[in-house]
Design a protein around this ligand. Structure first.
Ligand SMILES: [Zn+2]
Length: 133
């Protein structure tokens, strides 16, 4: 079986990927104006500060939108799968997979919570599933 693709990790993004290994979802925060941003990047788009720290997300949000990619098919993916834009409660949006639900049962604004999937080589990826109530 082919090896799933891995992200390219830079000094600006390694906090995010290191957090996932600890089963924590971190969000970058501007140290100057406090604005949260994702994906991580060197400069605040609001005040242009390059100083930043992170906060831990509660890992809850809602589905903003989603798709089921069909082509091209990758040998390391099981089809169908859902790629979703997740609006986190903290006010940022991120791309993730939506798991634990059949595509026909997914819906916009559905409450979701983060979960973590560890692959054979130790790589940990954040994913979202329907929120347990
Ligand atoms: Zn700022």
């Amino acid at each position: 079986m082919a090896t799933p693709l891995r992200p390219s990790i830079s000094p600006d993004t390694e906090f995010f990927w290191n957090g996932l290994r600890e089963r924590l979802l971190f969000i970058q925060r501007c140290s100057s104006c406090g604005a949260l941003r994702h994906p991580p990047r060197p400069m605040c788009p609001h005040c242009l500060s390059t100083e930043w720290d992170t906060i831990e997300s509660a890992g809850r949000g809602t589905v903003h939108s989603f798709v089921m990619p069909q082509h091209p098919q990758f040998p390391f993916m099981d089809y169908p799968y859902i790629v979703a834009l997740i609006d986190l409660a903290e006010g940022i949006r991120l791309v993730s997979n939506l798991i634990g639900i059949e595509p026909e049962n997914a819906w916009i604004d559905m409450p979701v919570e983060v979960c973590f999937t560890e692959f054979d080589d130790g790589f940990v990826l954040h994913q979202f599933r329907p929120e347990e109530r």
